[in-house]
Design a protein. Structure first.
Length: 174
């Protein structure tokens, strides 16, 4: 206590003897008074309330973020399901398209085959004047005389011989 009094006395002494320092102290006191006034205007309770409100809002935001993340996860799940469905549908469509294409190809082949058959039918491979469709004796020798079925006398004899042989063989066989 004595030391404080001694220091205060010393300050007073120095202040009195030094006018500039006295003005400096007055300025300091004035600044301190302004600071004190400002501090008194601060409502600590209001600050605590504000901070508490901010904390509540942060918690709400965190909760919202969590709900949002859960929602996003659910959306992702739904999107995955839709994508899986789309893939199966796409696979089905592709499979179906392939079947249709195969059917088209088969139809084309069948059509082409019928065209080929028709061309073969109206052709005359052995040049005997009888169309293949009506010619019962293919590979007739060129320039041979043939009947209405495109068979030369030689071919008719061969057919008769074969028929006789076949009959003999079948009767012999049983
Ligand atoms: Ca013929």
């Amino acid at each position: 206590m004595k030391k404080i009094l001694l220091i205060l006395g010393l300050i007073s002494f120095v202040s009195c003897t030094n006018p500039s320092m006295e003005r400096g102290l007055e300025s300091l006191n004035s600044a301190l008074a302004e600071l004190e006034a400002a501090m008194s205007e601060v409502n600590v309770d209001q600050m605590i309330t504000d901070i508490s409100t901010m904390q509540d809002q942060i918690e709400l935001i965190e909760n919202d973020v969590q709900v949002y993340e859960e929602q996003v996860t659910e959306w992702e799940s739904q999107i995955q399901t839709i994508l899986a469905d789309l893939e199966s549908v796409t696979a089905l469509v592709e499979s179906s398209a392939t079947n249709d294409q195969l059917q088209d190809i088969l139809d084309d082949l069948e059509h082409n085959q019928s065209l080929i058959d028709m061309l073969v039918a109206v052709a005359d491979y052995d040049y005997d004047g009888v169309l293949n469709a009506l010619d019962q004796c293919p590979d007739t020798v060129l320039n041979a005389t043939v009947n209405g079925q495109g068979c030369s006398e030689v071919q008719l004899a061969e057919i008769a011989a074969a028929t006789a042989s076949s009959t003999t063989t079948s009767s012999t066989g049983g």
